[in-house]
Design a protein around this ligand. Structure first.
Ligand code: SDX
Length: 434
């Protein structure tokens, strides 16, 4: 809970003065509590895109956009780099604390046990065209999961919630891998209970019935860290969508399926695909990095430097820094000198010294390097945003549960300012002129 500050906000409107409390979070962020603004003044606030509007109080993730700080339940993301274990971070985000060894053992066992899909779900994949966008399949199949687990529609207590969370976090891998296999006409590869979270996912993606994919340690560490860095990011578009949908009482599966749809957008999670498309466009000789940056500065071009800029970070996105460092280390070991990495570095160099980007505080964001890394691991481009969704799922689940417990049955319903036609009457068809 935030603390009420001794300060008050005074609004002078129509010759009247109105006082509103100011609240302060644990990191000193301050907000004017306008919970009774309309009742007191007959006015609402207007803030398209919610750049100045807090939708909730949350104890899950802290971001300081000016300083480039990102912490999960108080722990700086940089501290997960030494032994990256995505499932441990998933537990931290959802439960609020690092798991004890026995808690982690039980959670890992659940993730292994729940990795299989009901055989009936496999046939659903056959109904999608081979070229179906994987994010469409992912959203549909997460919703479909709830049909196979009706007992998890109403989560009465923490135990039931934990079961639902573990099922979702485990099965999203299988759904993602099966969507990939279906798109290539390949046989589905069952999860291998002997494998941990990331190696099992890559096994389902890349093994063949006659040859098991063996996950190199450096790939296992890199993908664990990529998933960790995507795990939560406070009230981003997709997480806010999950909270909005969940506020209506919609079940956890339906709420997370809506998060997948929001994440799909090219301005959000879909940006990692757009970054690769941008790098390919430059590499294939259509355009130089300098020319591309010039286009990105020209409003009429409708071109943006994908992977750059952020609503909250007005400094380097700390995740971009970490992903850039991993790329420098990993790529030479995984694939010959990747020309796309060199182009990305050149774009970064040009943009960071260009007044247009400097004045607007546009820096590389999480999507700028993630695509290059995923490509080096062998993930196909159209699966990049699916990987983002696998990473972000624990964050969505944590926020859904936090809201469910703190704002139970309070539906999110913003207001608007109407700017359409004022009152007019219906005109019967035979009296309307062309
Ligand atoms: C993610 O919210 C989150 O936390 C998201 C995320 C998460 O983890 O959930 O961090 C993940 O979505 C990262 C962002 C990925 N998207 C991209 O990389 C797409 C490219 N970037 C942008 O489109 C843009 O920067 C946004 C969408 C990320 C942020 O947009 P804002 O905050 O609404 O900023 P804006 O569009 O109002 O831009 C402000 C100015 C404008 O110029 P002026 O009108 O002031 O002259 O900056 C310009 C914009 O034209 N601008 C860019 C630009 N981004 C902003 N110009 C060129 N290239 C860009 N990338």
């Amino acid at each position: 809970m935030s603390a009420v500050s001794p300060d008050q906000a005074t609004l002078i409107l129509g010759g009247n003065e109105y006082q509103f409390p100011v609240t302060e979070g644990s990191e000193g962020e301050r907000a004017i509590d306008i919970g009774d603004l309309r009742a007191k003044t007959g006015h609402i606030t207007l803030d398209p895109g919610y750049g100045n509007t807090g939708s909730c109080e949350s104890a899950i993730t802290f971001i300081d956009g000016e300083q480039g700080i990102l912490r999960y339940r108080g722990i700086p993301i940089e501290q997960f780099a030494s032994s990256p274990t995505f499932t441990e971070v998933a537990w931290l985000l959802i439960s609020g604390k690092l798991p004890t060894p026995s808690e982690y053992a039980v959670f890992s066992e659940d993730l292994t046990r729940y990795s299989f899909l009901d055989e009936g779900m496999k046939h659903q994949f056959e109904g999608f065209p081979r070229a179906a966008p994987p994010m469409a399949i992912l959203s549909a199949m997460i919703n479909s999961l709830s049909c196979f687990h009706p007992e998890l529609h109403e989560l009465e207590d923490e135990t039931q919630f934990n079961h639902a969370a573990a099922r979702l976090i485990s099965k999203i891998r299988t759904i993602a891998a099966y969507a990939f296999r279906h798109s290539r006409g390949l046989p589905y590869i069952y999860p291998d209970p002997a494998l941990r979270y990331v190696p099992n996912f890559l096994h389902m993606m890349f093994s063949q019935p006659y040859r098991q994919y063996v996950c190199p340690q450096m790939v296992r560490d890199a993908l664990n860290l990529i998933l960790i860095l995507h795990a939560d990011h406070e009230q981003n578009c997709s997480t806010s969508t999950v909270r909005m949908v969940g506020s209506s009482g919609a079940n956890l599966f339906a709420s997370c399926a809506s998060g997948v749809c929001a994440l799909w957008g090219p301005l959000h999670g879909g940006a990692n695909v757009e970054v690769l498309n941008m790098l390919h466009q430059i590499h294939d000789g259509n355009i130089t990095p300098e020319e591309y940056v010039r286009l990105a500065k020209d409003k009429d071009s409708k071109v943006r430097l994908m992977g750059f800029g952020h609503r909250v970070y007005k400094n380097f996105d700390p995740r971009a820094k970490m992903l850039g460092a991993i790329a420098e280390k990993l790529l030479p070991q995984l694939s010959a000198n990747d020309p796309l990495l060199n182009i990305a570095r050149r774009l970064e160099e040009i943009a960071l010294s260009d007044p247009y980007f400097i004045e607007r505080k546009l820096y590389p964001n999480v999507d700028f390097y993630s695509g290059i890394l995923l490509r080096a691991i062998g993930i196909p481009t159209n699966m990049f945003t699916v990987i983002f969704a696998i990473g972000r799922l624990p964050g969505w689940i944590a926020h859904w549960w936090e809201q469910n417990r703190t704002m139970a049955n309070k539906i999110a319903r913003p207001r608007q300012i109407y700017t359409g036609e004022t009152h007019r009457d219906y005109i019967p068809m035979d009296q309307r002129s062309e």
